[in-house]
Design a binder for this molecule. Structure first.
Ligand code: DX5
Ligand code: ZN
Length: 229
């Protein structure tokens, strides 16, 4: 469990790969304790991003960070060992990609790391009901997966609230991660809706000062302050 919620998880998909170590250092200097690694295969999502090698590089850049691997790939169960060896602390996969989600969650946890389940904007929360007691994290996609820099899907705020209510009703303790389109102008409302882990890619790495932006996002998330950019 992170020391203080909500937590900012910079998504390195948006990083400048000619300066990855410098940019990750800027994030951790700003207090980021999670790093979000978006793995895309060009099949489940249109884009191809990166694999275990980049996850390992990120883990070596920030040995104290929680390495949060978000698999947007088909057959996620085939790749667990590779990402665990690369340094993943947590692996999330999409419920839409895996008919045997319970088995894959068990396989992730059997390696000793944490397991998360992700859902697309159009996927109903009811599809997750029977695995919620088994996961450490639920990733609510607030953009259509595959690319950074998209606009936050506003109706997802209600979905976040409903998921938090489901967690209370089921008396489980998974963390709620919100992923996509998070920035200074909406992070207060998203945290207020119940988000524990806030993924931010372009709003972090497009900033003139990455360290200051991570600190600002954490402050806005904790105060619920509205900021109009
Ligand atoms: C989208 C990824 C997100 C994305 C976030 O498919 O899952 O993690 O990188 O980037 P921004 O914050 O720019 O939407
Ligand atoms: Zn992601």
């Amino acid at each position: 469990m992170p020391d203080q919620l909500p937590v900012i998880a910079p998504s390195i998909l948006a990083a400048d790969y000619t300066r990855l170590k410098q940019q990750i250092d800027a994030c951790t200097d700003g207090g980021a304790s999670w790093l979000h690694c978006d793995v895309m295969d060009g099949h489940f999502v249109p884009n191809i991003s990166f694999g275990p090698m980049i996850v390992e590089a990120a883990a070596r850049c920030a040995p104290d960070a929680l390495i949060d691997v978000h698999l947007m790939i088909e057959n996620p169960g085939n790749y667990i060992e590779q990402f665990v060896r690369a340094g993943a602390s947590l692996i999330s996969f999409h419920i839409e990609t895996e008919p045997h989600a319970h088995r894959v969650i068990q396989a992730i946890r059997a390696t000793g790391i944490q397991a998360g389940i992700a859902i697309n904007p159009a996927t109903p929360l009811s599809l997750l009901e029977d695995v919620l007691p088994e996961v450490d994290l639920v990733v609510v996609m607030t953009v259509n997966p595959g690319f950074g820099g998209q606009k936050f899907i506003e109706p997802a705020l209600g979905k976040i609230r409903r998921l938090a209510e489901m967690r209370d009703r089921l008396d489980t303790d998974f963390l709620i991660q919100v992923d996509g389109g998070v920035g200074p102008d909406n992070i207060g409302r998203i945290a207020d809706a119940g988000a524990d882990i806030l993924v931010a890619g372009s709003s972090v790495f497009s900033a003139h000062d990455i360290t200051d932006r991570v600190k600002e996002l954490a402050r806005l998330a904790r105060t619920g302050e509205l900021k109009f950019t």
